[in-house]
Design a protein around this ligand. Structure first.
Ligand SMILES: CC(C)(COP(=O)(O)OP(=O)(O)OC[C@H]1O[C@@H](n2cnc3c(N)ncnc32)[C@H](O)[C@@H]1OP(=O)(O)O)[C@@H](O)C(=O)NCCC(=O)NCCS
Length: 186
């Protein structure tokens, strides 16, 4: 399907709550998470502030319909993905992947250390998808205080902590081997 990914504009804000609500309908296929489809989503004012101060991209179909968005915030030289949503009708057509790639490319261009996010471990379009995009799941020992606080806050808002994880995409090139094997001389 033909669509573009571009930076969000203030005129996009009104459409974003409905996209997030529609995206969450996907959770109805897991009875224990179906309540997420009825949970409150951030309002248009929230998205307006995010577009003004953070990093938001939207996917837009060729006929001008907004399909989805990714919202991220730069912190500690990393880009933290706060929300990735594609409305139900447009899911499974590559918009989610392309939105995430836009955030990754932005992080690379800004020479950030990496990207972070929190997500569900055992939901097919969450942790496994991000793993295929190069993200690694962090063990409890690897969690920064910032990510620990994000996970704790999610539990305080009713998410099942044992099913949540934090993930990291490293954008730093691997350091060159300090002890390279000497070249063989003939
Ligand atoms: C996650 C989400 C944004 C993906 O958007 P999308 O446009 O459907 O994604 P894409 O079509 O680009 O597919 C992305 C990957 O997810 C997989 N995927 C998408 N929908 C899926 C589904 N219903 N079941 C299993 N896998 C699915 C695809 O196979 C694809 O994997 P691949 O690119 O490695 O082959 C979308 O499913 C969504 O809005 N979900 C509800 C909200 C949510 O979970 N957001 C993420 C919060 S961390």
């Amino acid at each position: 399907m033909n669509f573009i990914v571009r930076r969000a504009q203030l005129s996009d804000t009104a459409a974003l709550p409905a996209i997030e609500r529609s995206a969450a309908e996907l959770f109805r296929c897991d009875p224990s998470l179906a309540w997420l489809a009825d949970a409150q989503v951030p309002d248009a004012e929230h998205h307006q502030r995010a577009i003004e101060t953070d990093d938001v991209w939207v996917a837009q179909s060729v006929d001008g319909v907004l399909m989805g968005f990714v919202s991220a915030v730069e912190i500690d030289n990393e880009l933290h993905i706060q929300e990735l949503s594609v409305s139900q009708y447009f899911q499974g057509r590559g918009a989610g992947r392309k939105l995430l790639l836009a955030a990754i490319e932005y992080g690379r261009n800004r020479e950030l250390d990496g990207l972070t996010l929190t997500t569900f471990r055992d939901v097919p379009w969450n942790e496994p998808f991000y793993q295929r995009m190069g993200f690694e799941t962090l063990s409890p020992a690897q969690l920064s205080p910032r990510l620990t606080a994000v996970l704790n806050n999610e539990v305080a808002h009713g998410l099942p902590g044992e099913r949540r994880c934090a993930m990291h995409l490293n954008l730093r090139p691997a350091p060159s081997d300090p002890h390279p094997t000497p070249a063989q001389t003939p």
